[in-house]
Design a protein around this ligand. Structure first.
Ligand SMILES: Cc1cc2nc3c(=O)[nH]c(=O)nc-3n(C[C@H](O)[C@H](O)[C@H](O)COP(=O)(O)OP(=O)(O)OC[C@H]3O[C@@H](n4cnc5c(N)ncnc54)[C@H](O)[C@@H]3O)c2cc1C
Length: 302
């Protein structure tokens, strides 16, 4: 359970207050505001605030005085045009602020996305909770034999039990020692900023993360992708669902052009043209390396 009853009560209180505003609101997003969407065993994603909607993207593109909307289909067409031609600044007019609770090793991947504003829970000031990510059995996978940066089939039986026991025991022992080092029991105790160095990377941290829609979509393109590690992908998937409700036309264009689309090199494009003319194109006569050819075959689905 990621939230304590007190935390849930705070969220409920916030959701029960409404305010009048002249600003544009996105009905699909209002239902997400403040609500914690569970991710992994103790994590969550929740929207703290947002600015803009699909119309705001069009409004910026047209630099219009009012809402600027001509019609929904007109707006959708414009948004698809902007996405298709990488005319990205209108998407930067929408912003989202998220509260995310995530394991530290996931946070290390996430923080590589530099185009966001971050404020993290301070383990210098506060004591971290005894909450560690322990993978569910189906996420407890063996090292992949084909991809050094990936995982293979799930561990089973005694091997799975052994790994789970080691993960849990190590986490608990480290936390016991963390507590022992900071507890005063009449003594001063070690500073929190030092005691935390004993904690493993599967402990949970939290942050507020604010980003514009353009950079968020870039993050989602990389982290909701099958090549991303499962533990960050599930956060990206949860955010995709939120974005689809917030800016449905922009998300649809993103899913079509970025998530579902592909970029072809001029060599690959030339191969497609040759294939369409009936030529038998193989890796050997394609001008591509084996790796490129494998990815190309994946794209054109042969
Ligand atoms: C599947 C996967 C595997 C990865 N493996 C590794 C790994 O093994 N080791 C590793 O270190 N990292 C790894 N990464 C991280 C990756 O290299 C990027 O750091 C991360 O995805 C952030 O991407 P970004 O820089 O485009 O994003 P952001 O930091 O959000 O930047 C967005 C865009 O802004 C521009 N930008 C931002 N800052 C600058 C700048 N200072 N100068 C110029 N342009 C800038 C760039 O155009 C950039 O694409 C991996 C990422 C993925 C998705």
């Amino acid at each position: 359970m990621p939230l304590s009853p007190d935390q849930q009560a705070e969220i409920d209180a916030q959701r029960s207050e409404t305010q009048q505003t002249l600003r544009a609101t996105a009905p699909g997003m209002e239902k997400h505001l403040y609500t914690a969407h569970p991710v992994l065993d103790h994590g969550f994603v929740r929207v703290i605030d947002y600015m803009g909607d699909d119309a705001a993207i069009c409004q910026a593109a047209r630099v219009s005085y009012g809402r600027g909307t001509k019609s929904v289909s007109n707006d959708e067409g414009l948004i698809r045009y902007l996405m298709r031609h990488w005319h990205s600044t209108p998407f930067e007019m929408c912003e989202i602020k998220l509260h995310v609770k995530l394991p530290v090793f996931v946070a290390r991947q996430w923080i590589r996305h530099r185009t966001a504003n971050v404020n993290e829970y301070s383990a210098r000031y506060s004591i971290l909770d005894r909450e560690f990510y322990i993978p569910a059995p189906d996420a407890l996978a063996a090292q992949s034999t084909t991809n050094n940066q990936g995982r293979g089939a799930a561990l089973e039986g005694e091997e799975a039990d052994r790994v789970l026991r080691l993960l849990t025991e190590d986490a608990m022992r480290c936390y016991d020692h963390y507590e022992a080092m900071i507890s005063d029991e009449g003594q001063q105790g070690l500073a929190r900023e030092l005691a935390r160095m004993n904690l493993p990377a599967n402990i949970y941290t939290q942050w507020y993360w604010k980003v514009d829609l353009h950079n968020l979509l870039h993050f989602l393109r990389l982290r909701a992708d099958a090549h991303a590690q499962y533990e960050i992908r599930v956060y990206a998937d949860a955010i995709c669902d939120i974005v689809a409700d917030w800016v449905p036309a922009a998300y649809k264009a993103f899913a079509d052009y970025r998530m579902g689309g592909a970029t072809l090199s001029s060599t690959a494009l030339d191969c497609v043209r040759r294939m369409l003319k009936g030529e038998e194109v193989t890796q050997e006569n394609s001008g591509m390396s084996k790796g490129e050819w494998r990815e190309f075959e994946g794209v054109i689905d042969v």
